[in-house]
Design a protein around this ligand. Structure first.
Ligand SMILES: [Fe+2]
Length: 387
């Protein structure tokens, strides 16, 4: 996010570990951060599979202590956060390890902010509301999509209002982000597809964002190339370690891009579908992405042409608008190939809800950096086009 009209801040974790087996370094890295007893924040699924115990054993091998809190639910709530805070305090922990996808990382960010600053997680809704640092925080990622293991975004559901609170705070960026493809091989094809399309959406929205910079552009284009080359193989065979590794890089690069250039109407509109129907974020993005691109395309056909090239399309001799159209068609083809539903109707979305969702999408912070201004009717029209 630009700090002022002419300046730009770039936010990423201090250390990021990538590559096959890198999660083995968790203990050493936690020790290097000065932690002695860590709260492992994860979800019930990973806990049952024994992955949390595996990480606990690695920490103990390094001479550290660890306690598992597996109460991070999908779309984590303020209650989840404060349950985690209680376990942290009761066990006198002095550091946090999050293990999982976006829900575990977001819940852990919430725990860390409350531990560091006191108060209630609801106090931190908005931009940079914390005033004190978090405890040492390592984030181990097991999906290739949200990039929450390396961003400063934390989304927590307010159980009183049922609204998803957006907490954007550089202090909740994990100190160390760990992306080990060996922890991603267990993802089923549908989750691989949905999270991969979330990563592609991050990259595309960041590339055409009104606050994109040469740094975020480089990250976004490389992320798009990697998704184009490796998402299909990762969906086809979850054990394909090269595809898993490259998708981990893709989601991380896309994270670097949107953590700094923000997003656009795909996310603004997908958030409403998530809130209304509790639909998976990645699937909503995948369906909305081509429809939003079609609307946005006239804002900068050249940029959409670049996206087509990054997706592997041959645009030689084409006018920018035609190149852009080829890119949008390539996104549709990718979604189809990996089994994403064709439209929102298939997901049970009703025409009668579109107006309210469009009104809420226009208030979502993600729309601020969308490259084309949209009226309420425009937003309804995009939803309709994606039905
Ligand atoms: Fe996303």
């Amino acid at each position: 996010m630009a700090l002022a009209d002419q300046t730009f801040g770039f936010y990423i974790p201090t250390v990021s570990l990538m590559g096959v087996g890198c999660s083995k370094e968790t203990g050493t890295q936690a020790k290097a951060l000065g932690a002695t007893k860590l709260l492992i924040v994860t979800d019930a699924g990973l806990s049952k599979l024994g992955v949390a115990d595996q990480i606990k054993a690695q920490l103990e091998e390094a001479g550290l202590k660890a306690v598992i809190f597996d109460g991070a639910e999908p779309n984590p709530t303020d209650t989840n956060v404060h349950d985690g805070v209680k376990v942290y305090q009761e066990n006198k922990c002095d550091g946090i390890v999050s293990l999982g996808g976006g829900s575990s990382h977001d819940c852990a960010k919430g725990v860390g902010m409350v531990i560091g600053n006191g108060g209630h997680i609801r106090d931190f809704e908005g931009v940079n509301k914390s005033t004190k640092p978090m405890p040492p925080f390592l984030a181990i990622n097991t999906t290739a999509g949200t990039a929450s293991e390396m961003t400063r975004f934390c989304i927590i559901t307010n159980t009183e209002t049922h609204v998803k609170m957006a907490i954007v705070d550089w202090r909740c960026t994990p100190n160390i982000a760990i992306n080990d493809p060996l922890l991603m091989v267990g993802m089923p094809p549908s989750l691989t597809a949905a999270t991969g399309m979330d990563a592609l959406t991050h990259a595309v929205e960041a590339y055409v964002s009104t606050i994109a910079t040469p740094i975020t552009d480089a990250c976004a284009l490389q992320a798009i190339k990697l998704v184009a080359d490796y998402l299909r193989p990762a969906v086809a065979n979850g054990q394909n370690i090269e595809a898993r590794d490259k998708m981990a890089y893709a989601e991380y690069l896309a994270g670097m891009a949107f953590n700094n250039a923000s997003l656009g109407y795909v996310h603004a509109m997908a958030h409403q579908l998530g809130g209304f129907y509790n639909l998976p974020h990645g699937v909503c993005n995948a369906i909305l992405l081509p429809a939003v691109c079609e609307f946005n395309m006239i804002s900068n056909p050249q940029r959409f042409g670049d996206i087509a090239v990054a997706l592997g399309e041959n645009v030689d001799g084409l006018a920018p608008v035609d190149a852009a159209a080829k890119g949008i068609a390539a996104i549709r083809k990718l979604s189809k190939d990996i089994g994403i539903p064709a439209g929102l109707t298939e997901l049970g979305v009703k025409e009668t809800d579109l107006r309210v969702m469009a009104e809420n999408a226009k208030k979502d912070a993600c729309m601020l950096t969308n490259p084309r201004t949209a009226t309420l009717d425009n937003v309804i029209g995009i939803y309709k086009a994606a039905m």
